[in-house]
Design a protein around this ligand. Structure first.
Ligand code: ZN
Length: 644
């Protein structure tokens, strides 16, 4: 990270011009005509004041090039001629790697074999190829998706593969050959085959559709899981769709192999299917690498609709946007694509795309009718979906919309959502989800931010001070801890202390916790280092491996702000230049503590109202009084600074 010059890295993609100490260009992440994309070479970070994206060089590459974290590091290492020492792989790992290669060699061979069978044998042509033609697949599509045919014999493929030198061990591990009671036979017999590609276009498995009308055999048969084929992490068609997904900033999700191919033929190529399994979170995350937008295309039967509900919730939970297109009864994406012109298809799937909330509400409303009990459960169902949206602003927009559609007041919906949150987040501070409780009614959007946490401003100030001024020294009176006065300073008994230690000692003393879990995590890192006598550098946190932390630090560092604003805001006036930082820091610590105590008091008052036992009530009141005393002292100390 020390070798990286962010302006070089970003400069390859964005035309940057000098503006003061920073560089300025047009943001590559949103459309803009006047540049608001800022790069700070000194801090090693970028920030767009238009769309809010910010990060370091690694973050930029991950966002712009869709690299994974290790991929971005490798890219940078190459650029700066730094050799990456990969951990020496153990014999076991080497073996696993060899095995993966061996399995992929088998699947690649199998694909060629099955394609040959399709095109060069009489049965392949009369059964397999004619089936594809009947489905309306063009030659170029059959070629592109490397479709194939497996004859209806016991072990024609396995025998040929062994004859060609492929080991039975690997044939069995890919699932292409099955061994039972000492006899081997082919998994795929009398089926047309759809090879499944990984992200780099290599074949990792197959889906086979039966062509005879035998009732006792499944219509579709898939390769079993293997070390190269993990069903829940693969999407059919992703290799052919990913560039277009980025360009169109949308991904169409369909159910089957033939849907994918038909849509491709019709010119819609940003399409994938979750074949072989129902939609998984890993699959959604895979899509998210390329676009945050998913449009689900499902046929309009009961099963299709119900399947889409589950999918919707999972997609929302990943913070992605989801729309749904429902096809007319009796039609699916495949048949629709075949029976309509490309322009008609495109119009149908863009115009017909319904927002998830409208979709779900419509369907459930029809189901519930006038039954009040059913309607109540419908509302709960929809509220649950809305509660899954991680972004507060989006969530509140949906609350408004729901309120109108369902004819229920916003307050009730918000109360319902908060109930869900309390259940979901009770006592959990370790998952980096900012306090999601939202306030009801009209001030929703405005208060959303402020109400993320009532201590947000004070907490952020503390973190900012720890990030910017940790090593600076201030002078505080020795007895400060007892009286919490802060100022004035008497020359005889002062103590010189670095700001980090000063802040940390105050927070540790009363074991104050940050409400925002990301602040708490940053604080914990700083505290841990300080215990070992070290200061935490901004670089360390900016390049920290947890993106929630590095993102927050970058955000704080790149927001225009100076402590002097804090003085002005709080009417702090001090005479000597060196007293300013000191006053601001002491003020911020006191404000933080005051707010924390205020929160504690509120909690105790609430508890007090529920106490019936006289003795317990007395104890509670004394405790509250003691807290109030402390708070009064802090507030008066703050007042003294203001006057002083
Ligand atoms: Zn931007």
């Amino acid at each position: 990270m020390e070798a990286v010059r962010i302006e070089d890295v970003i400069g390859e993609y964005v035309n940057l011009r000098k503006r003061g100490v920073n560089l300025l260009g047009l943001c590559p992440f949103h459309n803009e005509k006047t540049p608001s994309f800022t790069v700070s070479p000194a801090k090693g970070i970028f920030k767009c004041f238009g769309c809010g994206k910010a990060g370091n060089a690694v973050g930029f590459l991950m966002e712009h090039e869709h690299f994974s974290y290790p991929e971005a590091l490798k890219f940078l290492a190459k650029k700066y001629h730094i050799e990456i020492e990969e951990e020496k792989i153990t014999e076991e790992e080497q073996h696993a790697q060899d095995e993966r290669e061996s399995l992929m060699a088998v699947t690649a061979y199998a694909q060629q074999y099955f394609s040959r069978m399709l095109h060069n044998t009489a049965l392949g042509k009369s059964i397999g190829l004619s089936y594809f033609k009947h489905r309306g697949f063009r030659d170029d599509s059959i070629e592109k998706f490397q479709l194939g045919y497996a004859q209806d014999t016991w072990d024609a493929f396995s025998s040929k593969a062994i004859e060609e030198g492929y080991k039975i061990e690997y044939l069995e591990k890919t699932g292409l050959t099955i061994i039972k009671e000492g006899k081997r036979y082919d998994r795929f017999r009398g089926r047309v085959l759809f090879p499944i590609h990984n992200l780099s276009g290599r074949i990792i498995g197959f889906g086979g559709r039966i062509l005879s009308a035998e009732k006792d055999k499944p219509k579709y048969l898939n390769s079993p899981e293997s070390i190269i084929y993990n069903k829940s992490k693969v999407l059919y068609g992703i290799y052919f769709a990913r560039t277009e997904m980025v360009k169109k900033d949308n991904c169409y999700l369909v159910e089957g192999y033939t849907d994918v191919i038909s849509l491709h033929q019709a010119g819609v190529t940003n399409v994938v299917a979750s074949s072989g399994t129902s939609l998984t979170t890993d699959q959604i995350k895979l899509i998210k690498r390329y676009t945050p937008n998913i449009t689900i295309l499902y046929d309009g039967d009961e099963a299709g609709i119900k399947a889409s509900f589950r999918g919707i919730d999972m997609i929302l939970e990943e913070g992605m946007n989801v729309k749904i297109v429902l096809f007319p009864p009796g039609e699916d994406p495949d048949s629709f694509a075949r029976n309509h012109r490309t322009s008609e298809l495109e119009e149908f799937i863009t115009e017909g795309a319904k927002d998830f909330i409208l979709f779900k509400t419509d369907i459930l409303r029809q189901e519930a009718g006038k039954d009040p009990i059913k309607k109540a459960s419908l509302i709960r169902d929809i509220v649950k979906s809305v509660s899954l949206i991680p972004d507060g602003i989006t969530r509140s927009v949906y609350v408004k919309e729901c309120s109108v559609l369902l004819e229920v007041s916003e307050q009730i919906l918000v109360a319902e959502i908060n109930k869900i949150y309390r259940k979901r987040f009770s006592g959990k501070y370790d998952n980096f989800i900012p306090d999601p409780i939202i306030k009801p009614k009209s001030t929703l959007l405005k208060t959303e931010k402020a109400e993320v946490s009532k201590s947000e401003g004070q907490e952020r100030d503390i973190i900012r001070i720890l990030l910017q001024f940790a090593e600076e020294e201030i002078q505080i009176p020795e007895n400060e801890n007892n009286e919490n006065t802060g100022l004035p300073v008497s020359k005889t008994d002062i103590q010189v202390i670095d700001i980090a230690s000063y802040v940390v000692s105050h927070i540790q003393e009363d074991d104050f916790k940050f409400e925002n879990p990301i602040y708490q995590a940053i604080y914990d890192l700083i505290f841990e280092k300080l215990e070992h006598g070290e200061f935490t550098t901004q670089e360390y946190l900016i390049n920290y491996t947890n993106p929630a932390i590095s993102q927050m630090v970058i955000d704080i560092m790149s927001t225009p702000y100076s402590l002097s604003e804090n003085w002005r805001k709080n009417k702090i006036y001090v005479k000597r230049e060196e007293d300013r930082l000191q006053s601001a820091v002491i003020h911020s610590v006191n404000a933080f503590k005051s707010r924390k105590i205020e929160r504690k008091l509120a909690q105790h008052f609430k508890e007090m109202s529920e106490i019936t036992d006289e003795e317990a009530l007395q104890a509670k009141m004394e405790y509250i009084k003691a807290l109030q005393d402390i708070q009064r002292k802090i507030n008066s100390a703050m007042g003294r600074i203001i006057v002083g």
